[in-house]
Design a binder for this molecule. Structure first.
Ligand code: GDP
Ligand code: MG
Length: 266
């Protein structure tokens, strides 16, 4: 789509003009790159243009790659005891599915893995996680429905420490039974994870649904303020989502994009 659009706007060895830049801006914005990042890219392209008029495509590619690659996550040293990953995000974005995929990856790396069913909002949530535990050969800690999610997370970390588990992945709810603020509840879960394991959680992954477009960015800002997100997961890029959202997220948020989701299976 973007490639065809570029062909229409620019062809031959041409003088750059404002109309072309406006068309380029529209092309970038309709690819879900977002207004701010699109403006940013256009500024860079316009700057690089003087030296090399005909190479709009490679110029744009270079600038986009620069935006994305500066976000590469730094590798962290492995913790003593279990590595705890907390997974957050609004309802339906793909948290539980992502946990299934992460569990499969951890298991494939030979790590013993334990899942914590701290989404106690609905019965189906822990059942869904149980299915993923069975599929991947992970252990699971769950309480009865409506239980305190922070208590589930606490027990999971305690169990993992006692059993010498390598990786704990904590599922959470995207909404709540009570009027308690979701962010307050998530902060409480985070604190309870750290009670017995001072550096935990080692990672807090925010899952975003790519099909929600620019709304994903406002969600990220909100969650990051409350929880200090360490990495992003962008799901449903196999569907109708426009890939430009990846570029917008990398440029807008100083949080590395660590995984993308491309399907409902492992
Ligand atoms: P949660 O509420 O955040 O835990 O979301 P779920 O993991 O339950 O996922 C909600 C729906 O999105 C389910 O039907 C999943 O199968 C689906 N889903 C999750 N990730 C992806 C993905 O990367 N691609 C597609 N097509 N569907 C996904
Ligand atoms: Mg879920």
């Amino acid at each position: 789509n973007m490639s065809d659009g570029l062909d229409k706007i620019f062809f031959g060895d041409i003088q750059l003009n404002d109309l072309m830049l406006e068309d380029l801006e529209e092309l970038l914005i309709t690819s879900d790159i977002g207004v701010e990042t699109s403006m940013d890219l256009i500024g860079r392209v316009a700057k690089g243009w003087e030296q090399d008029r005909a190479k709009i495509r490679s110029l744009l590619r270079t600038e986009i790659l620069a935006l994305i690659s500066k976000q590469d996550p730094q590798p962290q040293p492995p913790p003593d005891g279990p590595r705890v990953v907390m997974v957050v995000g609004v309802n339906g974005v793909g948290k539980t599915t992502t946990i299934g995929k992460l569990a499969a990856q951890a298991r494939a790396n030979g790590e013993s893995t334990l899942l914590a069913a701290a989404d106690t909002f609905r019965a189906a949530a822990s059942e869904q996680l149980t299915v993923w535990a069975e599929r991947t050969g992970a252990e699971i800690v769950k309480h009865k429905d409506g239980a305190d999610p922070a208590a589930v997370a606490f027990d999971a970390v305690a169990a993992a420490t006692a059993r010498g588990i390598d990786t704990v992945i904590v599922d959470t709810a995207g909404r709540l039974h009570t009027k308690v603020n979701l962010m307050e509840e998530l902060k409480k879960i985070k604190r309870s994870i750290g009670k017995n394991l001072p550096d935990a959680p080692h990672e807090i992954l925010l899952v975003l649904d790519a099909t929600t477009g620019q709304n994903a960015i406002s969600q990220a800002k909100l969650f990051n303020e409350a929880l200090d997100i360490t990495g992003l997961v962008l799901t449903k890029l196999d569907g109708t989502a426009k890939g430009g959202i990846v570029i917008a997220i990398c440029n807008d948020l100083q949080i590395p994009l660590q995984y993308i989701g491309i399907g409902e299976q492992i």
